[in-house]
Design a protein. Structure first.
Length: 259
């Protein structure tokens, strides 16, 4: 029954929901195998549940999938019958309060809908303390921005994510790995909290500073930051940051010291 319903859903994939289904068993097994903590797993966008089943075969104590498209409920009901440690919720991932809607700490895994992946990633940053780990798939271009340490790809998203997570690339995927095939390549990244204990106020401050810093990449970063950081030039001197620096030349650690 699961395979039959899966085939039906694949034929009616909705572009509006960013549905590009990953069907290759070998690839989904490798992605699921990145999880190191199997006490409690949350998945966003199970789709046709190939990744879901790959995780469930590893016998997590509990797994909950979040799926906005109610058309997938029949398939997920079949998965629920097969795996008693599985459940799902028909809700919009953008509306989740990650620190309240799920108890305790958990692992998060997802082939993220690319049209909302950046917004979701920022929400994960603000709720970093609830995660043991994250295994997430992005459009390759977004993955490059998350991983960047300097240069043109390095920006606000890089700074925000790396302030609380260590990030490593797991693999890149060609469009042909999906059905229907997207027009872009994809990257799977692994995230682990890095031990930085940042408060909500500190994260909000970092968000503002990084936004201002990268708004005008070609200008000296001090030009914008001195409007929002008291004694900015003195702080730059203390941190041995050149007053001629551009935003992409300042490290994550230095941005954290500016908050």
């Amino acid at each position: 029954m699961i395979e039959e319903k899966r085939a039906e859903i694949v034929k009616s994939a909705k572009k509006s929901l960013g549905q590009n289904f990953l069907l290759d068993v070998g690839i989904v097994d490798k992605i699921a195998g990145q999880l190191k903590y199997l006490d409690k797993v949350v998945e966003i966008g199970p789709g046709v549940a190939t990744l879901t089943e790959a995780v469930l075969r590893r016998k997590p104590k509990k797994m909950v999938s979040i799926e906005k498209d109610e058309r997938l409920s029949e398939l997920l009901d079949e998965v629920k019958i097969k795996y008693p440690n599985f459940d799902y919720k028909n809700i919009d991932a953008l509306k989740i309060n990650w620190s309240k809607d799920f108890e305790g700490k958990y692992s998060l895994i997802s082939n993220l809908p690319y049209n909302i992946s950046t917004v979701l990633m920022v929400s994960f940053v603000y709720n970093y303390s609830v995660f043991n780990e994250l295994v997430l798939m992005f459009q390759k271009e977004v993955g490059m921005r998350i991983l960047a340490k300097s240069g043109s790809e390095y920006g606000r998203l890089s700074v925000m994510v790396q302030s609380v997570f260590d990030v490593n690339k797991v693999m890149d995927l060609k469009p042909g790995a999906f059905y229907p095939a997207p027009k872009v390549e994809s990257s799977v990244l692994y995230f682990k909290p890095n031990g930085n204990k940042l408060s909500l106020k500190q994260l909000e401050r970092l968000d503002i500073i990084s936004k201002v810093a990268f708004e005008n990449r070609r200008k000296k970063v001090i030009t914008g930051l001195k409007k929002i950081i008291p004694n900015a030039e003195e702080k730059f001197n203390e941190l041995k940051i050149s007053l001629d620096s551009r935003a992409e030349q300042i490290t994550v650690e230095q941005y954290l010291k500016l908050i």
